[in-house]
Design a protein around this ligand. Structure first.
Ligand SMILES: Nc1ncnc2c1ncn2[C@@H]1O[C@H](COP(=O)(O)OP(=O)(O)OP(=O)(O)O)[C@@H](O)[C@H]1O
Length: 765
């Protein structure tokens, strides 16, 4: 079995489910609107235009949130704040928002299933009771309070889908945005959480308010007592659904004329209530999918970010790619070679400049370098002192350049140069950061292993193999070993599959590898192989007198197969010595003792009876069902990578959001501008920053919960209709705003900033 996914195969498969990440409850995933027929018939539009304006002609396969009735898009949001001089009023006379309808649908759905729905808030309390109605909940703020003029310009509607960020099209469900159930928001309700906000956020004039357990639209949800973090620890604290919850009556059809077209629609058709589906109007990283979560070794802490192993791997590769050398201390390295600059040697300088490569009979040097045209990093392999006398061989190079394979290091171009002070030819390959050679990984210890005490070249000559000299890898270290110091057979087959796959593609293209050698096979990650240096031998050994440059290919292909057998035999015996002719019998005995008959047959086929023509395709039956193992490992790894990628997608989005917020808040140059942060609309964003980061609990202790920050930021990004209460530090100003309003202000502020920066840069140019 390949070790690409070894850490997952080795995982402890515990019967105990892992701690869910940020997912305090289980519920039905959202369905596309196209499934509505499964849930019940559409409420009947008549023969004219049906549905809210802008939706009449739409096919029904739409995201539910696309269909926002005009009362929510254009009408005042419940709880809309209006400016009344220096006082602001919370006006929430009829709370019948989208969210509550959605919630009701979900609640009913769950009720039908006789399940408990967290967050329904049904604990026997009557939501319509007076205690839920903080009548005349008028908030005051100080004279320095922000100018709310923007609210006078008319109602702030729920943002239409077209204004939403693309990620809103995702079907992810949010952590604890459990619908509030059947409870309509009480008239005049203060759109508060089902638990009181932290003490410092509770306005002094509202201390007697009873907080509703109603719609999530009105609920900040997260507080020190009901954060997802707490829920993870304690199980869902949200109330179970009350059995037999009555269904809400159907709303009557609404008629609306827009631009001469009359739309008839039932508002509830354009919410997801009827389907009992709740698709959040924002997105966030929900959790690791179970097929990945159960695969990994169980961790004590939930993983919101990339796993350490992968992160270190990526960071190492990044730093290796960015590494530079001080050219003043290395005058031998030219600043520029052809289209490449920032040359960085990938191996220490050889003891003698005349030391030849084990494989090429010329001194060679490898550099990492950046291409001036595309800015990408490549590997330059310089062959010292080689003068290209005939360009006919470039026809083979062109064939190699077209050869794309996941187990071959891609050849990009070949050029001659005098930049090194001699006639050199340079082969440019893709750079695989942190790659090492198979030699360095597995045969770096030239000492006695398995009874062999001398290293040999693959061709059987007696020259000792050096390590790759790059200080990486090593025969011991992290290399997986079976008993008796041998490699696990699964790893050997993983190598065989990859090497034979590369050879198969090469031979099918009419070429030959000619560098099947442990020093010319790159390995990275756990067991990922690539054949390196393809095409070099075709140039270095090109026979000018030969009419057809490909005439010798069949012969070279036969050699490839023999060398494949030798490389794998050396791996199987864990020694280069194993391939020496004298050692062949004992090597085969060792293989027969420790490995399967298939592996032995593999060596017999490739390394005996030299007169028999061989084909790479004959290897496939020997690999047999092990192909499935490789495929499984590759797919598992792909699943893990996909899951890791999904985390990063959300991280990047939130990081950009935070960057924007940081650039808007409290800009010194705008401090005295009445339109800016201290006195203008941006004041709201400044208070939001405190809401986001500076919460404390009832005892005044800082309340630090990543889940609160993540969820709140995601709601801001999604511009949800949910309301939050923002309080100034002196507690004299209280703003109740929806995330949608915050988002509008946020985007406006940032675009103002961009405009200002453009005009400034224009002023300077
Ligand atoms: N395409 C590449 N991407 C990244 N690193 C590479 C690439 N090619 C080579 N290297 C690095 O350069 C080092 C030297 O490679 P090289 O092929 O010269 O190995 P070697 O053992 O020194 O062989 P030789 O005896 O032929 O010089 C390798 O260990 C590898 O880490």
């Amino acid at each position: 079995m390949g070790s690409n996914g070894d850490q997952y195969f080795n995982a402890t498969f515990s019967s105990e489910p892992p701690v869910p990440d940020f997912q305090p409850f289980n519920r039905q995933r959202g369905m596309a609107r196209g499934h509505r027929n499964m849930m019940g018939p559409m409420q009947g539009p008549g023969p004219r235009n049906f549905g809210p304006p802008g939706h009449g002609m739409r096919p029904r396969m739409e995201m539910p949130r696309m269909d926002v009735p005009p009362d929510l898009r254009d009408g005042p949001l419940p709880g809309q704040m209006y400016n009344e001089g220096y006082g602001s009023r919370i006006d929430s006379p009829k709370f019948d928002g989208l969210g509550s309808r959605i919630d009701q649908g979900l609640t009913n759905d769950f009720a039908a299933l006789n399940l408990q729905i967290p967050g329904s808030g049904l604990k026997g309390s009557n939501p319509g009771a007076d205690e839920f109605i903080p009548k005349s909940a008028t908030l005051t703020h100080s004279a320095s309070s922000p100018n709310f003029s923007s609210f006078n310009n008319g109602p702030v509607g729920m943002p239409p889908m077209s204004n939403a960020a693309p990620h809103m099209m995702d079907n992810g469900h949010m952590g604890n945005s459990v619908p509030g159930g059947d409870i309509p928001m009480p008239v005049g309700g203060p759109m508060m959480s089902n638990t009181p906000p932290p003490a410092h956020l509770m306005p002094s004039g509202m201390s007697g308010v009873v907080y509703s357990t109603a719609s999530p639209n009105n609920s900040p949800h997260l507080s020190p007592t009901n954060s997802p973090l707490m829920m993870r620890r304690t199980g869902s604290p949200l109330a179970p659904i009350k059995p037999g919850t009555p269904k809400k009556n159907q709303a009557s059809t609404i008629q609306e004329s827009v631009g001469g077209t009359t739309y008839f629609y039932n508002p509830e058709d354009y919410t997801v209530q009827r389907e009992g589906i709740h698709i959040p109007n924002f997105t966030m990283f929900p959790s690791i999918p179970p097929h990945v979560a159960h695969m990994t070794v169980k961790k004590n802490m939930p993983q919101f970010f990339m796993c350490d192993e992968l992160k270190m791997d990526i960071l190492n590769r990044h730093s290796m790619t960015l590494a530079q050398i001080d050219l003043q201390q290395n005058p031998d390295i030219p600043t520029e070679v052809d289209n490449y600059h920032h040359l960085f040697p990938l191996e220490p300088p050889p003891p003698s400049s005349m030391q030849k490569s084990n494989r090429f009979s010329y001194p060679t040097t490898c550099y990492k370098a950046v291409n001036t045209k595309d800015g990408l990093t490549y590997c330059l392999r310089r062959i010292h002192g080689f003068r290209l006398s005939n360009t006919k061989c470039m026809m083979i190079i062109d064939m190699w350049k077209k050869m794309y394979h996941p187990n071959i290091v891609q050849l990009r171009e070949v050029f001659t140069t005098k930049a090194f002070g001699d006639n050199s030819i340079v082969f440019v390959y893709d750079f695989h950061a942190c790659a090492e050679t198979l030699m360095g990984r597995h045969f770096n210890n030239p000492g006695s292993i398995n009874g062999y005490n001398q290293s040999f070249n693959m061709d059987g000559s007696s020259r000792s193999y050096n390590s790759s000299g790059n200080g990486k890898g090593g025969g011991g270290g992290n290399t997986p070993r079976q008993h008796a110091g041998l490699l696990p057979e699964s790893l050997i087959w993983a190598y065989v599959v990859q090497l034979s796959s590369a050879l198969r593609a090469i031979h099918a293209a009419g070429l030959a590898c000619r560098t099947m050698d442990p020093t010319k096979i790159l390995i990275y990650s756990k067991s990922r192989l690539r054949l390196n240096c393809v095409g070099i031998m075709d140039v270095l050994t090109f026979d000018n007198n030969q009419g057809n440059p490909l005439a010798m290919m069949q012969h070279y292909q036969q050699e490839d197969l023999v060398f494949l057998g030798k490389v794998v035999l050396a791996l199987g015996c864990n020694s280069i010595m194993a391939i020496q002719r004298d050692n062949f019998t004992s090597s085969m005995e060792l293989v027969a003792r420790n490995y399967s008959a298939d592996l032995k047959n593999f060596f017999v086929y490739l390394l005996t009876n030299s007169n028999r023509p061989r084909s790479i395709n004959d290897i496939m039956p020997m690999i047999g069902a092990r192909f499935y193992t490789q495929l499984d490992a590759a797919q598992l790894r792909s699943d893990v990578m996909d899951s890791e990628l999904s985390k990063s997608v959300e991280n990047g989005r939130l990081f950009r959001l935070l960057c924007k917020l940081g650039t808007i808040n409290e800009r010194k140059e705008f401090q005295m501008d009445p339109q800016w942060s201290e006195t203008g609309d941006r004041y709201m964003l400044k208070l939001y920053r405190d809401f986001l980061f500076h919460q404390h609990d009832a005892n005044g202790a800082p309340w630090i919960d990543m889940a609160h920050i993540l969820q709140s930021l995601n709601k801001l990004d999604g511009g949800t209709p949910e309301k939050i209460c923002l309080v100034s530090r002196d507690e004299n100003s209280v703003l109740v705003v929806t995330y949608a309003e915050l988002k509008q202000n946020f985007e406006r502020a940032f675009s103002d900033l961009l405009t200002a920066s453009e005009s400034q840069s224009n002023a300077f140019t």
